[in-house]
Design a protein around this ligand. Structure first.
Ligand code: HEC
Ligand code: HEC
Ligand code: HEC
Ligand code: HEC
Ligand code: HEC
Ligand code: HEC
Ligand code: HEC
Ligand code: HEC
Length: 328
């Protein structure tokens, strides 16, 4: 549809729907309907025309987010953040004033997961959503700085990063990654022209090893390498920005492993027999690292090791192995 026809259609809709819930009162600038993203933090940006809206509400899979609308002006921009779950997300956005609802829009956004097998395939017709395109950024430039400059490599304060105002929720986790908290987004993101303005290399290990060269050396010299680490996909397991789990993994370490090794859930591969119903695979405390919960990672190294099966301790003599944690 060309621009002219689309504006005629919009004008016609306004004409016929004036006074009722017309979509033109509320226009979603970001994200695009029927698209998919790969991170749970999503920003919603709306443009409100007339109607004197006093508040906006987004209901995401039943959870409500509300935002008051500042007074004044006939056209207003409202920006806020919501959180998605893996798979399909239905987002119902409404604008209201003192007399009730004055605009409504419904979005269908799919969150694709690299880990969770049932959530790896977006529905047919859904496109990967990229926000940072010149056509989208123009609408933000009046209020946000959209072009980075050299000083942004190492901002004096995180708030000085041009990314901070829109993406500050990336630094909300319990465990924060130092370069993210510092606002040094460009230690990993680079600016390119084209679809992915702020791209990162794939696999991402090359950027991780810029700073984690100690690990790179340590792991390189090991005999056994874990599949996803060996191919450099660090962010399959780690959120490079931070998370609510130590070492910025996406979830409890046992659940993390079970995404790919569900057959080990019972712990029967450690001990099985007449009495044993399998070894526990989670617990309050890892005896070898008391500040962390006990998990598959208590026995296995997720990166590399010198023993078969990446064991943290050589199995060899079984009772000696068990005694690394059990004082018998
Ligand atoms: C009329 C000025 C204005 C325009 C235009 C504007 N913004 Fe904003 N935006 C703001 C202000 C002011 C804030 C900070 C205060 C707030 O949260 O409302 C903000 C905050 C944000 C946030 C952070 C919200 C949160 O709660 O974390 C995002 C995301 C955002 N803007 C995205 C955008 C995008 C994308 C565009 C362009 C499509 C845009 N904005 C256009 C004024 C604007
Ligand atoms: C005006 C607000 C705004 C600013 C400023 C901004 N972003 Fe974004 N960014 C968004 C929105 C909106 C999205 C779409 C995904 C979402 O909702 O979070 C996005 C998405 C992204 C993506 C995913 C790919 C894409 O294009 O959708 C990356 C990577 C990204 N931003 C990095 C950055 C970096 C790095 C900076 C600072 C140099 C930055 N952004 C500044 C609003 C902003
Ligand atoms: C330690 C490296 C690193 C730093 C520092 C970093 N990022 Fe990222 N970021 C990544 C990688 C890697 C990805 C791709 C993630 C993936 O593939 O799962 C990414 C993805 C993103 C995305 C897109 C998520 C999506 O929808 O796919 C946004 C938005 C983003 N980063 C914003 C930021 C902002 C803002 C900062 C600074 C406050 C920042 N990043 C700092 C490594 C980093
Ligand atoms: C610009 C430098 C820099 C880059 C790039 C970087 N990191 Fe980090 N990272 C740090 C610093 C600084 C710390 C905190 C110091 C520490 O605890 O070792 C840290 C800590 C960590 C930790 C927590 C360590 C612990 O003891 O639990 C993990 C996990 C981590 N980074 C993973 C990554 C991954 C994955 C990447 C690539 C996507 C990456 N880092 C890229 C600087 C960086
Ligand atoms: C299979 C999932 C997985 C992959 C892939 C992975 N990690 Fe980890 N990583 C973990 C877990 C789990 C921990 C926490 C281990 C613990 O608690 O004992 C961890 C801990 C770390 C730590 C802190 C402890 C240490 O050993 O120094 C760093 C740094 C780190 N990872 C970096 C990386 C980098 C860089 C890559 C990519 C080359 C990577 N990881 C790939 C799961 C993974
Ligand atoms: C108490 C220690 C312990 C715990 C906890 C544990 N494992 Fe193991 N795991 C072992 C030992 C010992 C072996 C070696 C078995 C052998 O070679 O006979 C092994 C072998 C493996 C193997 C490779 C052998 C094969 O059959 O493919 C995988 C994969 C594995 N474990 C995954 C896991 C996962 C995933 C978890 C968490 C759900 C877990 N393990 C929890 C001790 C443990
Ligand atoms: C993204 C998928 C993925 C995740 C998550 C994952 N693994 Fe693996 N793992 C693999 C692949 C792929 C292999 C190699 C498969 C093979 O050779 O059969 C592997 C192999 C292994 C092996 C056998 C290594 C050997 O060669 O003897 C062990 C042990 C193991 N993983 C433990 C873990 C543990 C513990 C976790 C959680 C911290 C984990 N894995 C998380 C994909 C994954
Ligand atoms: C890396 C540490 C570690 C190793 C190695 C280890 N265990 Fe455990 N084991 C634990 C922890 C931690 C628990 C308790 C989990 C909890 O908090 O409930 C446990 C619990 C048990 C239990 C009690 C089960 C229950 O339900 O109460 C048995 C039996 C056991 N282990 C046997 C073994 C045997 C046999 C081996 C050697 C093949 C072994 N463990 C090796 C850490 C370990």
């Amino acid at each position: 549809m060309n621009k002219l026809i689309s504006s005629i259609v919009t004008a016609t809709c306004l004409f016929f729907m004036a006074g009722s819930l017309h979509a033109a009162t509320l226009r979603v600038l970001s994200p695009a309907n029927n698209s998919f993203v790969e991170h749970e933090l999503l920003n919603i940006v709306l443009s409100l025309q007339d109607g004197n809206a006093t508040s906006v509400k987004a209901v995401v899979n039943g959870k409500a987010y509300t935002k008051a609308v500042a007074e004044g002006g006939s056209s207003k921009i409202v920006c806020f953040g919501v959180t998605l779950v893996n798979g399909s997300n239905r987002i119902v956005i409404t604008a209201a004033n003192d007399s009730g609802e004055i605009g409504k829009s419904i979005l269908s956004i799919y969150l694709r997961s690299r880990l969770s097998k049932p959530h790896q395939q977006p529905p047919a017709g859904f496109q990967r959503y990229y926000f940072h395109l010149p056509a989208n950024e123009g609408a933000c430039a009046p209020c946000h700085r959209m072009e980075p400059h050299l000083n942004d490599l190492h901002p004096a304060k995180p708030e000085e990063s041009p990314c901070y105002q829109c993406h500050k929720r990336k630094d909300n986790s319990a465990y924060k990654h130092r370069p993210v908290s510092a606002g040094a987004c460009f230690s990993c993101h680079e600016v390119v022209t084209g679809k992915r303005k702020y791209t990162t290399p794939k696999p991402e290990q090359s950027i991780c090893f810029l700073c984690h060269s100690t690990q790179q050396k340590r792991w390189k010299n090991k005999k056994v390498h874990h599949g996803p680490t060996a191919v450099g996909n660090c962010s399959v397991c780690h959120d490079p920005h931070g998370s609510d789990w130590p070492s910025f993994i996406y979830m409890h370490p046992t659940d993390l492993c079970l995404n790919c090794h569900n057959d080990k859930k019972s712990g029967l591969h450690v001990i099985a027999g007449f009495f044993a119903k399998g070894h526990p695979v989670r617990g309050d405390k890892n005896p070898l690292k008391p500040d962390r919960p006990f998990s598959c990672a208590g026995c296995h190294n997720p990166h590399a090791g010198d023993t078969q099966s990446l064991l943290n301790k050589e199995r060899g003599n079984n009772s000696a192995y068990c005694q690394t944690c059990h004082k018998l």
